[in-house]
Design a protein around this ligand. Structure first.
Ligand code: PGA
Length: 250
């Protein structure tokens, strides 16, 4: 079965409103293709102008985070309905920076994943090991644990539509991209884990990205791997390079 690749930019805490609109205008022609799904995950305050700026293009807009409650006394948080009402289609959940700096856990990740599905927002569910864990040889066990908890109570029908981003923490923002063998090995292990939790059909349908210092140079080989269905791109998504990454096979 052939899965459509999905290439998402993660802007992180970059781009003021005016910078955001300028960047979208610059990137729009560079990422114009129907061959892959293109997503810009942007800071909350940039969502509305970016949704406006991508109108009529192939670009979908995602958020970088979301809270797991419907509404109420949660100062500073953003609800799923606020996102869908603004035109958001995707949400990054459980990025390692959120886990590290904002105390997110596998349990809150699971709550957010369930809430995203409830609101028909596609979650981009992040997992990844630290350098110590890799050196200890516990990468696969760790990732399997993260995936199993993230997907608790998620139905097979929902899981089929999910996106998983495998991002080794030691490769994020470091310029130290995982080797294609390392990336493929873990993405395959994630797919096997989904097959165990659900079935082969779900495992064959779910899309698994690699993230961590993806560049125009590394993208073609990474995305050619059988279990890598695209990328979650940080630094390079803020540059014209993102156009090259999206067009990795041309
Ligand atoms: P990077 O970030 O491409 O800058 O390493 C990836 C990510 O954190 O999603």
């Amino acid at each position: 079965m052939s899965r459509k690749k999905i290439i998402a930019g993660n802007w992180k805490m970059n781009m003021t409103l005016s910078e955001a609109v300028k960047l979208v205008e610059e990137l729009k022609p560079l990422v114009a293709t129907e061959d892959v799904d293109v997503v810009f995950c942007v800071p909350a305050i940039d969502i509305i102008p970016v949704v406006e700026a991508v109108k009529g293009s192939n670009i979908a807009v995602g958020a970088e985070n979301m809270y797991f409650e419907e509404k109420g006394a949660y100062t500073g948080e953003i609800s799923p309905a606020m996102l869908t009402d603004s035109g958001v289609k995707y949400v990054i959940i459980g990025h390692s920076e959120r886990r590290e700096y904002f105390a997110e856990t596998d349990e809150t990740v699971n709550k957010k994943v369930l809430k995203a599905f409830e609101h028909k927002i596609t979650p981009i569910i992040c997992c990844g090991e630290s350098l110590t864990q890799r050196e200890q040889g516990i990468t696969i066990d760790w990732i399997r644990q993260q995936i199993k908890i993230a997907f608790l109570q998620v139905s097979a029908e929902q899981a089929k539509t999910a996106v998983i981003a495998y991002e080794p923490i030691w490769a994020i923002g470091t310029g130290k991209v995982a080797t294609t063998e390392q990336a493929q090995e873990v993405c395959k292990a994630i797919r096997d884990c989904i097959a165990e939790l659900y079935d082969e059909a779900t495992a064959e349908t779910i899309r698994i990205q690699y993230g961590g210092s993806v560049s125009a140079d590394s993208a073609p080989e990474l995305f050619a791997q059988p279990d890598i269905d695209g990328g979650l791109v940080g630094g390079a998504s803020l540059k014209p390079d993102f156009g090259k990454i999206v067009n990795y096979n041309k």
